[in-house]
Design a protein around this ligand. Structure first.
Ligand code: BJW
Length: 258
């Protein structure tokens, strides 16, 4: 199939891409921070991103946490406050409609913000954990957090330090989630890659697995990424506009989106 250069509207996609979008039954979506950007939650990279203001070595590595757990918890508390105030946007809602309507749909996210569940997705593969959980540094016991943490740093009932239940650089991703996402990537007929710079591995390998397994790979991003070099189509623009448009193009009415 001939690849399309970046376009800004689904209607500008080549006919064959549109046909395969309409025929897709087994769909996998990989999302990143860009899917939550229109909800007011900052992304990581770029001039406005988190890493332009904060040092990832101090905040998103196990070494950073062990050297200053209070600093790391203060940063997560700040983000919890920000996320608690945010509402799901039309990109989240379109992905929730996909889960409700398609014969087979797997949502894989790198985001820890829990926004996909709030939008209505119930089967979410969270590769990098969840900001609303914490874990005991001694025995790994996980507990839910029902709002921004109050005591910093939090301690487990056993007296040990708790850490956010997220995946930092240099740490292994949860094995079951890696397996589920790899299987979904290898068996889908359409992979949507939404709002991720696709530079962080192993998540960034999922669209490559999908492509090598014969899936149609369609990227939605505010700007081109490495995925654009091999995707069948790249749509440039806000996910909150483009995903509902793709969903209509796939032949589905927007039932919940108003
Ligand atoms: C919009 C938009 C709008 C904006 N609409 N779009 C192989 C090769 C090279 C390196 C490695 C490798 N394998 C492993 C590594 C090391 C490392 C890695 O990948 N490093 C690279 C950066 C070089 N990976 C790891 O360490 C991982 N662990 C691992 O692999 O273990 C085994 C191992 C370890 C060491 C060596 C070898 C093997 C763990 C990675 C954990 C990532 N953790 C973080 C923090 C999580 C917790 C938290 O959030 O607090 O995860 S870092 C951060 O990046 C976060 C994100 O999930 C992740 C991805 O970012 P994402 O989502 O793509 O966001 P951005 O900001 O980068 O992009 C946003 C995009 O949206 C942009 O493109 C915008 O244009 C777009 N956009 N508005 C549409 N409205």
């Amino acid at each position: 199939m001939s690849r399309s250069g970046p376009v800004t509207a689904p209607s500008a996609l080549p006919g064959e891409v549109i046909r395969r979008l309409r025929e897709a039954e087994t769909v996998c979506a990989l999302t990143g921070a860009g899917v939550s950007a229109e909800s007011g939650i900052p992304t990581f990279r770029g001039s406005e991103g988190i890493w332009a203001k904060y040092d990832f070595r101090r905040l998103a590595t196990p070494e950073g946490f062990m050297s200053d757990p209070c600093l790391v918890w203060e940063w997560y508390q700040l983000r919890q406050v920000e996320i608690a105030k945010a509402a799901p946007n039309r990109a989240h809602l379109a992905l929730a409609e996909m889960e409700a309507s398609l014969p087979s749909f797997t949502l894989v996210t790198q985001n820890i913000d829990g926004m996909h569940r709030r939008a209505g997705n119930s089967r979410v593969v969270e590769l990098h954990g969840n900001i609303w959980r914490m874990r005991c540094t001694r025995d790994g016991t996980v507990s839910d957090i029902d709002g921004p943490v109050r005591d910093i740093p939090p301690f487990c009932a056993c007296g040990s330090l708790m850490r956010p239940d997220v995946v930092w650089f240099g740490e292994q991703l949860p094995r079951a989630e890696v397996e589920r996402s790899s299987e979904a990537a290898a068996s889908c007929d359409l992979m949507l890659v939404v709002g991720t710079s696709a530079v962080v591995y192993p998540a960034a390998a999922l669209p490559i697995i999908a492509k090598n397994s014969g899936a149609l790979v369609v990227e939605v991003n505010a700007e081109p990424t490495d995925v654009s070099t091999y995707s069948d189509a790249t749509l440039i623009g806000p996910a909150g506009t483009l995903l509902p448009e793709i969903w209509r193009m796939m032949g589905y009415p927007e039932r919940f989106m108003k």
